[in-house]
Design a protein around this ligand. Structure first.
Ligand code: GLN
Length: 348
């Protein structure tokens, strides 16, 4: 055989080898032992971190045990890894904003949230009213997103349903499908927040006054408050994140919960605004689309590799769990989770 015939054969063989190698790789390219070791090591390294404080502007959240610390990771092949306390439940809080946004995208299409709410970072606190003022159409159009309160309450108002019950069921069922079990509401947290959420009521009214919410702003704020009180443990949250990592198919139950084609948009908004005004810093360190909640949970998604969640209630000044950020960054680094990490392809 001369060079001309050998060379293409070598390329073909290399291509076949590369394909076999890729398909044979487990999701995170790590063995189960390595994945478990990454979780265990994060738990040990950070369990004694004492920085941060529980949210207390919702009275019931101040009463949650600040020592809860649980890490869970779900791979696209449905394997669940856990470390620490993954049975204690906290309220999902702002992490619910991801799934209600996804519900709206599923029901009304990807443009619905871009047109009505926006998908830009506000650079302001999650419950900023100033950001609403800046987003008035007269001032150049929407510049908020569905992951801050104003955008989230608007997203809730967009979920189809003839009655409050219908809208609520649509939202709760969707969350349950992501978690792979029927979720319920923590009544104490719901009542506590409903009694003290005048600021969110004001935001809902303002969004109605400016035409972002079309109807029933008080109902939208009330349902939003209830969705924030859904109870979850770290395993639930990791399964929800794992479903986003697995193109919208719950890797544990096998149910296609949302259309694969709608997942990238959801992840993009999480990358832009998932950790509020610290989203850029977070993305710079990890590259992971993520979402935090003031209940102490954070979910993060490494597409095609894993969904991870950590619950640890004490928060930093931006409202993000201190230990959850540290633990997710550490596990993801150990597993090569950063989607922006150098990919070697083509000729070098
Ligand atoms: N329910 C909370 C609120 O509206 C959610 C905020 C959060 O988790 N960042 O204030």
């Amino acid at each position: 055989m001369n060079f001309r015939t050998i060379q293409p054969m070598r390329y073909a063989l290399a291509a076949v080898a590369a394909m076999l190698f890729c398909t044979a790789l487990p999701a995170a390219a790590q063995s189960p032992k390595q994945i478990q070791a990454a979780l265990d090591s994060a738990l040990t390294r950070f369990k004694n971190v004492r920085e941060g404080a529980n949210a207390d502007y919702i009275p019931a959240l101040a009463r949650v045990d600040p020592n809860i610390f649980g890490i869970a990771l779900v791979t696209p092949n449905g394997k669940v890894y856990t470390a620490g306390d993954v049975t204690s439940q906290v309220s999902i809080q702002s992490i619910s904003k991801v799934f209600t946004m996804a519900r709206v995208i599923e029901d009304l299409g990807p443009n619905s949230i871009v047109e009505r709410i926006g998908v830009d970072a506000t650079g302001m606190r999650f419950n900023s009213i100033v950001s609403v003022e800046f987003s008035q159409k007269a001032l150049g159009g929407p510049e908020i997103n569905p992951l801050v309160n104003a955008g989230a309450i608007t997203a809730t108002s967009m979920v189809p349903g003839a009655t409050r019950d219908e809208v609520w069921k649509r939202i709760l069922d969707f969350h349950s499908d992501f978690a792979g079990r029927p979720l319920t509401v923590d009544k104490e947290v719901f009542d506590s927040e409903a009694a003290t959420n005048q600021r969110n009521q004001a935001i809902g009214s303002l969004m109605y006054a400016y035409g972002f919410i079309k109807d029933k702003p008080a109902q939208a704020t009330d349902i939003y408050t209830e969705q924030c009180a859904i109870s979850v443990n770290a395993r639930d949250l990791a399964t929800m994140a794992g479903t986003l990592a697995n193109a919208g198919r719950n890797p544990v139950t096998g149910k296609q919960v949302m259309k694969a084609q709608n997942v990238p948009g959801v992840l993009a908004v999480m990358a832009t605004a998932g950790l509020y005004d610290d989203s850029g810093k977070w993305l710079y360190r990890t590259g992971l689309p993520a979402k935090s909640g003031v209940g102490g949970g954070i979910i993060a998604v490494s597409p095609g590799k894993f969904g991870i969640a950590v619950i640890a209630p004490p928060l930093d000044a931006a409202g993000n769990s201190v230990k959850a950020q540290l633990a997710i960054e550490s596990v993801s680094n150990a597993l090569g989770g950063n989607p922006y990490a150098p990919q070697v392809s083509g000729k070098r």
